[in-house]
Ligand binder design. Structure first.
Ligand SMILES: Nc1ncnc2c1ncn2[C@@H]1O[C@H](COP(=O)(O)OP(=O)(O)OP(=O)(O)O)[C@@H](O)[C@H]1O
Ligand SMILES: [Mg+2]
Length: 437
């Protein structure tokens, strides 16, 4: 570019003095060497006075290229360990090349420029890095501030009391705090249930233990007890031990329901399960002269259930029906199907349940008539075990009851009808089970 500027100089004749005069007005930085030659490569101007080329022929490839081909040239090369930049352009007058302008810069200058640019890039880079660093620290602090607040809140929460955190934003962190608070609520509810369960269970266990203690104390304190009296006391103590065993067994059943991983899901025939329960309960029904009937459909289905827990659920409900039906009444067990569900319905003509109590009978340890329950040996856990088992299978239990008339319990268990194997498969599966055993 500098060469082009110089080439615009108005030259009539190649006269050293005139050219030198004209060049005085040219903006040429120190460090750049400008040489002007005529068409014969003879130098008429040299901006360097030391070892000046004026009057000498400059047989430089770049100059001859310019003069012969009328073409600008430029090159950048290393000489004696220094970088040099050169450019040459023709001086044209009346469309004729009358000379050339040759510009070269010393290596030191280029190094200086390169150094200058390198430093500029370095400083600029450092400033950019520092800026990005400060900006990211600022943004990170801004983003993590609410999370740090939540973490501190959780860390400082008293160990014996769960507390909710204040929600002060509606962004993702706000949503996290809301979810955290919901979790706290759920944990609180579970803790409350656990506490009341432990207290109810202890109370239920304490009653038979107190009775046993009372009976044994009175035996000890009687100096010469009548053998008949002793036998009666021992019988009562035995009954209480049985009751204790029953409660403990029920509690173990409940614990099993809490551990879903212990469930063993198999395809089982619902007709078979209900028939087995029916057979087991028949003697109890006969004792009370209850008409006990089972209606099962001809077309059976296999449903994916944990055999033990579902058997327990149906058994507990059917057992209640016989237990809470007066002598001479009737109890009916039915298996039905609707779209996607198997229904097991147990209907009795028993004492019924007051409307306001129906919701509570599935609560743990709940019995409608506590005095009567003691006679029947009821623990109040049978229905809650049944409900847990059915819920674990994504089913539900429907109840309708009328006092003095009777009750109907319906267990609804879903099955995927596509997956339910046809009836013929049942025999095959059960044969396999027998063979495996
Ligand atoms: N078919 C029914 N008819 C009338 N009352 C019932 C019937 N089924 C349940 N109940 C009432 O619901 C209460 C809770 O039943 P649940 O089976 O949970 O306990 P339970 O029968 O007393 O004790 P367990 O089942 O451990 O022997 C019973 O005490 C009884 O009052
Ligand atoms: Mg029961």
């Amino acid at each position: 570019m500098r060469a082009n500027v110089v080439a615009s100089i108005d030259i009539d004749t190649f006269d050293e003095y005139k050219i030198a005069q004209s060049m005085e007005t040219m903006p040429i930085e120190s460090g750049f060497r400008v040489i002007i030659t005529d068409s014969q490569t003879k130098a008429y101007y040299d901006s360097f006075s030391e070892e000046s080329y004026v009057g000498k022929l400059l047989v430089y490839e770049s100059i001859t290229e310019v003069l012969v081909n009328n073409k600008n040239t430029s090159s950048y090369y290393e000489k004696d360990g220094e970088w040099v930049i050169e450019a040459a352009v023709p001086i044209v007058k009346d469309q004729k090349t009358i000379g050339s302008v040759f510009v070269a810069s010393s290596g030191e200058d280029i190094d200086e420029i390169v150094n200058h640019v390198t430093w500029a890039i370095l400083i600029f880079g450092v400033i950019i890095i520092m800026f990005v660093f400060v900006l990211s620290v600022f943004v990170a602090t801004l983003l993590t501030k609410p999370i740090v607040k939540l973490t501190t809140f959780i860390k400082n929460m008293p160990k014996d009391k769960l507390q909710k955190c204040e929600v002060d934003s509606s962004d993702e962190v706000g949503e996290l705090v809301v979810a955290f608070n919901e979790l706290i609520e759920r944990v609180d509810e579970l803790e409350e249930k656990r506490r009341s369960f432990v207290s109810d269970a202890s109370h239920e266990l304490k009653t038979p233990l107190s009775i046993i203690k009372l009976l044994s104390d009175s035996l000890i304190q009687t100096p010469h007890p009548d053998p008949q009296f002793v036998k009666e006391f021992l019988n009562d103590m035995g009954a209480e031990v049985e009751r204790l065993t029953r409660i403990v067994q029920r509690l173990l059943d409940l614990t099993k329901m809490d551990q879903t991983s212990k469930l063993q899901i198999d395809m089982v025939s619902i007709n078979n399960i209900v028939s087995e329960i029916y057979e087991k309960l028949m003697p109890l029904a006969e004792n009370k002269e209850i008409s006990f009937v089972l209606n099962k459909p001809d077309d059976d289905v296999l449903i994916p259930v944990d055999r033990d827990s579902i058997t327990e659920a149906i058994y507990n409900i059917a057992d209640n029906s016989i237990k809470y039906t007066e002598n001479g009444g009737s109890v009916k067990m039915e298996i039905m199907r609707d779209l996607g569900n198997v229904l097991i319905r147990i209907t009795d003509t028993g004492i019924g349940i007051p409307k306001e109590e129906i919701q509570k009978i599935f609560d743990r340890f709940y019995r409608v008539d506590k005095a009567r329950a003691r006679d029947t040996g009821g623990t109040g856990l049978g229905l809650s075990i049944a409900m847990d088992a059915v819920k674990l299978h994504n089913g539900y239990i429907e109840v309708s009851s009328e006092e003095e008339k009777g009750s109907t319990f319906t267990i609804v268990l879903p099955y995927n009808s596509d997956a339910a194997p046809p009836v013929e498969e049942i025999a095959k599966t059960e044969n396999n089970l027998l063979t495996e055993e």
